[in-house]
Design a protein around this ligand. Structure first.
Ligand code: NDP
Length: 337
């Protein structure tokens, strides 16, 4: 059983030395337990937070402990009355080949699920985040202009498509021309702006002639700076993430824009609200799942997975996620079956 452990805490961007691979015999299920074999491991930006020990909404991973993460796993052996060998489950077994579970937190997946990895993306945590953040906090109305950061990614791609279904004008922001082309041509956004281009503020302003009514924030930094002056009176800003700051070791250099931010929020009566998806909306998961399943069946939602083969490649893939090297929902295929 290979496990990837947190070896040391990163200072700034994570590096190889922050991870360590450990090998041990495959564990055995005791009475009341199942042995799970990981098929897919989800890699998500929140894992950067778990590698640090600063105050946050969740406890950090300890040094020498297995990196945490959502997985799709197969029940390899069962001593638990509710599970049989061969069952597919959604689990939180982390960066490892095998895990032992007493069933707590496991969710059975339909045995005929065509693409079980969807449970970690479009039908799982990222999809749920897009749905709740946009609809409950963003409150989009037909005709609104909705701007979506990290628009080609797991969450952003879905935010924009849902906003289109609600009749909004949707402008994405993504890194590079290939991602921007995909966002417009495949996902059907009205426009997409490359955040690496030096004239981001002017390009965004040109794409939003009527200002911005909803900004789905996942990035922060220069992207938020370009958005702020374009926000309309009464705009809503679901604050989902700020990935451009996750590797920061100190506050960014000035000028201090806090006064500008608070003045804009006040004068324009803007609602900016953070949320942590399962803490705030766990009770509404079924509503999301039913609606998203229907949209998928009707062909109204597209999604893209970026699959990396081999558990040993998880650290490099994760480092790439924090630099935009992924293109779509990032997953590691740990085993084929
Ligand atoms: P993505 O699939 O969108 O991958 C991350 C993307 O972020 C990269 O591909 C890159 O896209 C972009 N990015 C990375 N670094 C930077 C940077 N320095 N500046 C600008 N863009 C950058 O990830 P997810 O969809 O899984 O997550 C998106 C956001 O949602 C994250 O902030 C995450 O923390 C947050 N989130 C919050 C949840 C909550 O409960 N609040 C739950 C789930 C996710 P590009 O190449 O286009 O720049």
């Amino acid at each position: 059983n290979r496990r990837i452990l947190l070896n040391s805490r990163p200072v700034g961007a994570p590096v190889d030395a922050n991870f360590r691979i450990d090998e041990a015999p495959i564990p055995q299920a005791a009475a009341g337990q199942v042995l799970l074999r990981t098929l897919y491991l989800s890699l998500d930006p929140y894992m950067r937070g778990r590698m640090s020990d600063g105050p946050s909404y969740a406890a950090p991973v300890g040094i020498g402990e297995t990196m945490v993460g959502g997985t799709v796993a197969k029940v390899e052996a069962s001593q638990h009355p509710d599970y049989q060998a061969g069952d597919l489950v959604l689990s939180f077994s982390g960066w490892q080949d095998y895990a032992i579970s007493d069933g707590t937190g496991l969710i059975k997946l339909a045995p005929d699920m065509a693409q079980p990895s969807m449970a970690l993306g479009v039908l799982g945590m990222p999809g749920f985040t897009a749905y709740m953040g946009l609809l409950d906090i963003g409150q989009p109305k037909a005709g609104d202009t909705v701007v979506v950061a990290a628009a080609s990614g797991a969450v952003g791609a879905l935010v924009g498509q849902i906003a289109r279904l609600k009749g909004c004008r949707v402008v994405g922001i993504a890194g590079g021309s290939e991602k921007c082309r995909y966002v417009v041509e495949e996902l059907g956004f009205d426009a997409c702006i490359d955040h690496r281009s030096p004239d981001l503020p002017a390009a965004l302003a040109a794409a939003c002639p009527n200002g911005i009514d909803v900004y789905f924030e996942s990035v922060g930094g220069a992207v938020f700076d370009a958005v702020l002056p374009l926000l309309n009176t009464g705009a809503r800003v679901p604050l989902c993430g700020m990935i451009s700051h996750y590797n920061d070791t100190e506050l960014p250099a000035g000028p201090d824009r806090l006064g500008l931010l608070t003045r804009t929020l006040l004068v324009k009566r803007i609602k900016m609200q953070g949320f942590i998806i399962f803490d705030d909306y766990g009770h509404r998961y079924n509503e999301f799942f039913t609606q998203m399943s229907a949209w998928l069946k009707e062909g109204k939602i597209k999604f893209r997975e970026d699959i990396v083969d081999g558990l040993e490649n998880a650290p490099q893939a994760f480092m790439g996620l924090l630099e935009g090297r992924n293109f779509g929902k990032l997953l590691v295929r740990v085993a084929n079956s």
